[in-house]
Design a protein around this ligand. Structure first.
Ligand code: SAH
Length: 258
């Protein structure tokens, strides 16, 4: 069976409509059905996709509002019915976004599918806090890891040995395991760590402390998902040349050691 409809996976960026691409708006404008996630920009979807049926399949951390296989069935079913379906996701669909699974489901069903890249929170959220992931002489690599499940001891060892910058998505809950694992395998206890919550939204907040203190400082601040964690010396660049911001790290340390 050949579908007359199609599926377009659209990366919606980290939350602000300003960071959506022209291609994203174009796909939405022509959509008949939009299946969207909680982290995708969606407050003005009715304006962006005026003809479309809007379906919230959003996931809260730890909960799946609509299970992944059901989302895939919905995409395929609407497309086989002849609809132009947009699957709107947070960030980029191919960065911890299960985009690959949805593309495969469409291909298996003979549904034409394309992917419009999005601005990933992995790079855009650190940038919102003034943190460059690479910097000449400080870091020439960055590793993006999922903190959804705790890493193994081996993974902590490899990560600690890599050098460069570590970026963690979905890591608010596993920060204690991660920081203990990295410290155990020799990452300097004074390495600065930044936790950036709700990047590119009005509620953005950055919490900074050294590796040895970050768990306590983050708990005191009550950090919660969604947050991107950046570990590495590049974090210091966020406040370089800014005396008031430079005090943040000292203040955070005093917060745990009054
Ligand atoms: N595909 C997405 C990532 C999905 S995993 C992307 O490319 O950005 C979900 C995780 O992304 C969250 O747990 C959090 O770590 C991160 N994230 C997404 N949007 C965010 C935001 N606005 N602020 C902070 N973290 C965000």
């Amino acid at each position: 069976m050949t579908a007359s409809g199609s599926v377009t996976l659209v990366g919606g960026g980290p939350g602000s409509a300003e960071l959506m691409t022209a291609a994203a708006f174009d796909a939405l404008a022509h959509a008949d059905v939009v299946l969207y996630d909680r982290l995708a920009p969606h407050d003005r979807l009715a304006d962006w996709a005026p003809r479309a049926l809007l379906v919230d399949v959003g996931k809260q951390p730890g909960h799946h509002a609509v299970a992944q296989p059901e989302i895939e069935r919905m995409l395929v079913r609407h497309a086989l019915d002849g609809s132009r379906v947009v699957r709107l996701k947070g960030g980029d669909s191919y960065v911890f976004g299960r985009g690959g699974e949805e593309v495969l489901a469409c291909r298996e069903a003979g549904v034409p599918v394309r992917v419009i890249p999005g601005v990933s929170s992995a790079t855009a959220v650190p940038a919102a806090a003034g943190i460059p992931l690479t910097h000449r002489g400080i870091s020439h690599l960055f590793t993006v890891v999922s903190g959804h499940a705790p890493l193994s001891d081996d993974e902590h060892r490899h990560l600690a040995g890599l050098g460069g910058t570590i970026v963690v998505l979905m890591g608010a809950g596993t920060l204690p395991t991660l920081s203990a694992g990295l410290a155990k395998h020799g990452l300097d206890a004074r390495t600065p760590v930044a936790v950036i919550e709700r990047g590119h939204t009005p509620g953005q907040r950055t919490t900074i402390a050294e590796l040895a203190d970050i768990v306590t400082v983050a708990a005191t601040a009550g950090v919660s998902s969604p947050a991107v964690i950046v570990i590495g010396d590049v974090v210091r660049l966020a406040w370089q040349g800014d005396a008031s911001a430079a005090r943040r790290l000292t203040d955070a340390v005093e917060l745990v050691q009054p």
